[in-house]
Design a protein around this ligand. Structure first.
Ligand SMILES: Nc1ncnc2c1ncn2[C@@H]1O[C@H](COP(=O)(O)OP(=O)(O)OP(=O)(O)O)[C@@H](O)[C@H]1O
Ligand SMILES: [Mg+2]
Length: 458
């Protein structure tokens, strides 16, 4: 196996996991590692600090480990790649590469279709038109240009239209593009359903308000009878069982409490638990698409490949799409864009925020890159603050501990460095991971660089 093949294979693996190709520094680290150079030698060769090279290297090993399902490190990279080349002939890994780039929890064994580089054609994907279609998409936002996300769209569409999943959740940090992705998805699949409604939970409606609104929509009537007619079945299910309905619930985290672990209902909202349980348990042909920062705890617990539930944890945009966002913003110095995309993890909102600041100040990408490791514009901090403020005290403590570490840290070390009991620590780590705030590899944890920077500056 020559170096070119190694880089190509590693690039495929990284792309499969993150949706982004290797950047220059990552490639240099791989080349150096292959040539048996240590971090210092690699760093000297590219005039970067050893710490930075080590940090990027650690992230890279993590990505490769996750994608391959086995620990990859600087010391075993070469042997791993050599073994991998052999097993590629058996096709097993090829399938893994194709599938693994989407963190699709609870998925059945059938892999999603192979991603292609072209956006799906909605005309072609919606061949099955229902006779009568009732749609209320008045709350569905219009978010402007949308780039790619082809693999995610294919996987989601397949889960809903072919596998008939009843509850699909899209999770991810603020600004990562959950709503934008869902808008595209709904446009593609809406004609498969008799009833389609986009319902924002931004105003935290009670279950009674929610059911009333939905029943009004389904029955096309002003008068709504909320008395349960069939045991404990919620009145809404009469409609969900009679028709094939798609209900999109955006900003679902508004049902959950601040200051507690992820997915605990706010006081007065516990009845939503019955809704989500019945969606899973009762027989029907409808689908709920949940979008938000947190999902109900019972949904997180129930998901497995045997249940009709799926969770997609959304990652940053691929490099080409992220570049389009910077291009739309009219950013100069194209040669430095990859570094910006890398630092801001392909998060479209974060990229827009940084690009706007650069534009408004008449500044340049290199100014911003030189300034601080990761510069956080005020509006980006606001977005992070909203998520941070929701955390429990123990989660905040754990994040502060993790923010001090650049390399991934394991449980034993975390326990040693903190005064938190092991059960509290485990629960906090699980909750942070469910909120997509942690990077995890086996029992090693680390923080995303932007988040680490935010917490260090608190
Ligand atoms: N694939 C994409 N192509 C172009 N722009 C995108 C894409 N995805 C998201 N964006 C843009 O990024 C911004 C944030 O996206 P969006 O509102 O969907 O994020 P979100 O994950 O729903 O955030 P929140 O959790 O705060 O609701 C929007 O301006 C959106 O238009
Ligand atoms: Mg959103």
């Amino acid at each position: 196996m020559n170096l070119k093949e190694v880089i190509k294979l590693a690039d495929e693996l990284v792309f499969a996991r993150t949706g982004k190709h290797l950047n220059d520094l990552q490639e240099t680290i791989l080349r150096g590692t292959w040539e048996d150079e240590d971090y210092k030698e690699i760093a000297n060769g590219v005039h970067r600090s050893e710490d930075r090279v080590r940090e990027v290297g650690m992230e890279l090993w993590q990505i490769l480990s996750k994608e391959l399902g086995k620990k990859v490190s600087k010391s075993n990279f070469r042997s791993t790649m050599e073994r991998l080349q052999v097993s590629l002939f058996s096709n097993v890994v090829q399938d893994h590469v194709r599938v693994g780039h989407i963190n699709f929890c609870g998925e059945s064994r059938h892999p999603p279709d192979i991603p292609n580089s072209h956006p799906p054609n909605p005309e072609k994907t919606n061949t099955k038109q229902t006779k009568t279609s009732h749609q209320d998409l008045s709350e569905m936002p219009e978010l402007g240009a949308f780039y790619d996300r082809t693999p995610e769209l294919k996987t989601l569409a397949k889960s809903i239209t072919q596998e008939h999943c009843r509850l699909v959740t899209i999770l991810g940090m603020s600004g990562i593009g959950k709503t934008a992705l869902s808008v595209q998805l709904v446009k593609q699949i809406k004609d498969e359903f008799e009833y389609v409604i986009w319902y924002s939970l931004a105003t935290s409606p009670t279950i009674t308000e929610f059911q009333t609104n939905l029943i009004q929509f389904f029955s096309n009537s002003e008068k709504v009878d909320l008395t349960a007619t069939n045991g404990t079945r919620l009145p809404l299910f009469k409609y969900l069982q009679k028709h094939r309905c798609l209900v999109v619930l955006d900003d679902v985290h508004n049902l959950f409490s601040s200051g507690q672990l992820a997915g605990y209902y706010k006081q007065g909202y516990e009845e939503y638990r019955s809704l989500f349980k019945q969606i899973e348990e009762l027989s029907h042909n409808s689908c709920f698409l949940l979008i938000g920062w947190e999902q109900p705890r019972e949904v997180a617990q129930l998901k497995s490949k045997h249940t009709p539930l799926r969770t997609l944890t959304l990652k940053g945009l691929d490099n080409a799409s992220a570049r389009e966002i910077l291009r739309d913003k009219g950013l100069a110095e194209e040669e430095n864009w990859d570094a910006v995309i890398d630092r801001y993890e392909g998060n479209p909102l974060w990229l827009k925020s940084v690009a706007t600041l650069i534009e408004e100040l008449g500044s340049s990408v290199s100014d911003i890159l030189q300034n601080e490791p990761i510069f956080l514009p005020e509006d980006l901090k606001d977005v992070l603050r909203q998520q941070f403020d929701r955390l429990s005290e123990i989660e905040k403590q754990v994040l502060s501990l993790l923010a001090k570490e650049i390399a991934p840290i394991n449980l034993a070390k975390l326990l040693e460095n903190s005064r938190i009991t092991s059960s509290d620590l485990l629960n906090a780590l699980q909750s942070l991971s469910r909120r997509c705030l942690l990077e995890q590899q086996a029992n090693f944890y680390t923080l995303r660089p932007v988040l680490r920077q935010y917490i260090k500056r608190l």
